[in-house]
Design a protein around this ligand. Structure first.
Ligand code: 2BA
Length: 109
C-alpha cells in the first residue's frame, strides 16, 4: 500500500476531492501553508493499493492547474533593524507537488 500526498492549490482542492471520492478512493484534506508564499494551499492524503497510484496521479494531473502568481514575499520572521525592501516576484506555482510513500502498516481499529 502507498500513501499519496499531494499539495495542491486551494482553488483545485474541492473538485479533486470530489473526483477521488467518486472514483472510490478515501481522502483526507488538510489545510496547509506554503513555506515560500506563506499562503494557504491544500494537502490531500490518499492511501491506495500500489497499482492505483498511477491512476490517482493521473486524476491529480487532470484537475490541478499550474498558475503564475505575482507576490511579495513576506519579510523573514526575525530580521534586524535594517530597511526591508519588498519587491514583487512572479512565481509559477505547480499544479501539484506529489509525494508517494510506502505504508508499512495500515490499520483501522
Ligand atoms: P510555497 O512554498 O508557498 O511555494 C510556492 C511557489 O513558490 C513554488 O511552487 C515555487 O514556484 C515558488 N518557490 C518556492 N520556494 C521558492 C524559492 N526559495 N525561491 C523562489 N521561488 C520559490 P511549487 O514548487 O509548485 O510548490 C507549491 C507548494 O508545494 C509550496 O508552496 C509548498 O507548500 C509545497 N512544496 C513544494 N515543494 C515541496 C517540497 N520539496 N517539500 C514540501 N513541500 C513542498
Amino acid at each position: 500500500m502507498k500513501l499519496v500526498i499531494a499539495i495542491v492549490q486551494d482553488d483545485d482542492a474541492s473538485k479533486l476531492v470530489d473526483k477521488l471520492m467518486k472514483t472510490g478512493y478515501s481522502v483526507t484534506k488538510l489545510a496547509s501553508t506554503g513555506g515560500f508564499l506563506k499562503s494557504g494551499n491544500t494537502t490531500i492524503l490518499t492511501g491506495v493499493k500500489k497499482e492505483e497510484v498511477d491512476n490517482v496521479i493521473k486524476i491529480i494531473e487532470e484537475l490541478c492547474s499550474s498558475r503564475k502568481m505575482i507576490t511579495t514575499p513576506p519579510p523573514p520572521v526575525a530580521w534586524s533593524s535594517g530597511v526591508y525592501m519588498a519587491y514583487p516576484v512572479e512565481v509559477q506555482v505547480g499544479g501539484a507537488t506529489i509525494f508517494v510513500v510506502d505504508i508499512n502498516r495500515f490499520e483501522k481499529v
